[in-house]
Ligand binder design. Structure first.
Ligand code: FES
Length: 107
């Protein structure tokens, strides 16, 4: 796993989301009241960027068909979304927001 720094992540407001690019594909990085979280950015229902969606009550609402997912677990919560999102670990190191992304060496 490699730790990818989220440029501008410290500017994220609570209940905001931003998209970053990674070797594993685009990732949506969220800030909630209790910290930072990350999921795959592309919705599992069809092709839409969740970073363009809406954060409310710990869920991300897809901008295309309004399916929702739990940001903390990736679990699909509202139809038409049924397939969970991949989630990624996030840590804060000396003020830097870092997302753990598989680099092909993970087992
Ligand atoms: Fe996200 Fe349909 S593309 S709910």
């Amino acid at each position: 796993m490699q730790w990818l720094e989220v440029t501008g992540g410290d500017d994220l407001a609570i209940d905001d989301v931003m998209r970053i690019e990674s070797a594993a594909g685009p990732i949506a990085v969220y800030r909630l009241e209790d910290g930072y979280f990350a999921t795959q950015d592309i919705c599992t229902h069809a092709v839409a960027s969740l970073a363009e969606g809406f954060v409310e009550d710990g869920r991300i609402e897809c901008p295309l068909h309004a399916g929702t997912f739990c940001i903390r677990t990736g679990k699909a919560r509202t139809l038409p979304a049924t397939i969970p999102l991949t989630t990624y670990p996030v840590r804060v190191d000396d003020g830097r927001i870092l997302v753990g992304v598989p680099d092909g060496t993970d087992t």
